[in-house]
Write a protein that binds this ligand. Structure first.
Ligand SMILES: C[S@@+](CC[C@H](N)C(=O)[O-])C[C@H]1O[C@@H](n2cnc3c(N)ncnc32)[C@H](O)[C@@H]1O
Length: 223
């Protein structure tokens, strides 16, 4: 995601810690675990400016929602919106999910949202794609049994790659729609990128993938 560097957003992130758990390696694991244990909790990786999570969190006050955003400037913007919304069921971690995933216990989350993740089309960036094997095995560890990844994308190449990886890593496809309208599901909301792509006439691809006993928790060895 290209975004302008916003010094105010970095300052905001440093100075408003009520709804934030992590910045510059100051991880507050106890607070994170307490929040997750209070209610069924869903995780969004790469929330951007938090439009999606604020909509869904206000629709579902009985669930908690944790977001992890890599880019500190974007995370600061998201945090300000989260603070202003005055919802008690949303928290933000500013950091890289891949580096942070080890702090989460197994079988913790009731769902993972991947909305319009960066496609990273270059082969040498494959390991940074949020649906590459090293990420899929982390989702399999932190999700409870029979719980799901909710995936949406505009990008055909990334969608095809992700579908192949989900199949290869034993995720059960319980929903697949290559021309998805957000009104089709109650447990969903439009994201900022989704609105932009829809306005350009690009079809939205959506998948729901369930973790079951065949879902792999280790990366396969390359042949
Ligand atoms: C294309 S944007 C989509 C934003 C939003 N989900 C939407 O649909 O409007 C992807 C976001 O994922 C974040 N991101 C990419 N890799 C990440 C990672 N490993 N951990 C956390 N966030 C990540 C990027 O910084 C960016 O804000």
């Amino acid at each position: 995601m290209r975004s302008r560097y916003k010094p105010w957003a970095i300052e905001y992130l440093k100075n408003h810690t009520e709804n934030e758990f992590f910045l510059d390696d100051q991880l507050e694991e106890d607070k994170i675990n307490k929040f997750i244990s209070e209610k069924d909790t869903y995780l969004e990786i790469g929330p951007g400016k938090a439009q999606f999570i604020l909509s869904i969190a206000s629709k579902f006050p009985d669930f908690n929602f944790l977001v992890i955003e890599l880019d500190h400037s974007i995370a600061g913007t998201a945090l300000k919106k989260i603070d202003e919304a005055k919802l008690t069921n949303v928290r933000l971690i500013a950091g890289d999910f891949y580096k942070l995933s080890k702090i989460f216990k197994k079988d913790l989350f009731c769902g993972v949202f991947l909305n319009f993740s960066d496609p990273r089309p270059k082969k040498r960036h494959e390991k940074r794609r949020l649906t590459s094997p090293n990420f899929l095995v982390e989702y399999a560890k932190i999700l409870k049994d029979d719980k799901c990844i909710y995936f949406k994308s505009d990008n055909d190449g990334f969608y095809e790659y992700s579908l192949e990886m989900f199949k290869e890593y034993g995720w059960e496809i319980i929903y697949q729609n290559e021309d998805y309208q957000s009104s089709e599901s109650d447990f969903d909301a439009e994201t900022e990128f989704e609105a932009r792509y829809k306005a350009e006439g690009i079809k939205i691809k959506r998948l729901i993938l369930k973790k079951n006993k065949n879902t792999l928790t280790e990366v396969k060895e390359e042949k």
